[in-house]
Write a protein that binds this ligand. Structure first.
Ligand SMILES: [Zn+2]
Length: 123
């Protein structure tokens, strides 16, 4: 099998995978950067049970934590909204994985297409 044929087959195979991942990308739901944290808090009142007993702390309270410009940002999230943000942050991680794979496939395809273009010029 010629080198050109092998390159063409490789481009086709990788392009097939690229199209599959692009379909996964279309299935992606709303996403957001960050992690949802659950905290139990002291209220600060000296005579409240939470002051001495960690099991009596209030909550849970939810926060969305993410980095922006090197700073950690915490945003309060209601208990009702916490599952939404948790799902959205999972979607964000999925997006990053997909983008990473799509980029690597693209690099391979482009490299092989570049070789094909060069071999056509020589022929
Ligand atoms: Zn308290």
């Amino acid at each position: 099998m010629s080198g050109v044929r092998r390159l063409e087959q490789s481009v086709e195979r990788h392009s097939q995978r690229f199209r599959e991942l692009r379909r996964d990308l279309e299935q992606l739901q709303h996403f957001c950067k960050g992690t949802v944290l659950q905290r139990m808090m002291k209220c600060g009142k000296a005579h409240c049970a939470c002051a001495s007993d960690p099991a009596k702390r209030h909550g849970p309270y939810f926060e969305l934590t993410y980095k922006a410009n090197g700073k950690t940002i915490n945003v309060k999230v209601s208990p009702e909204a916490a599952p939404l943000y948790r799902a959205a942050s999972q979607q964000y991680r999925k997006l990053k994985v997909l983008l990473n794979r799509l980029e690597k496939l693209s690099q391979t395809i482009l490299r092989h297409q570049a070789k094909l273009a060069q071999s056509q010029r020589r022929a």
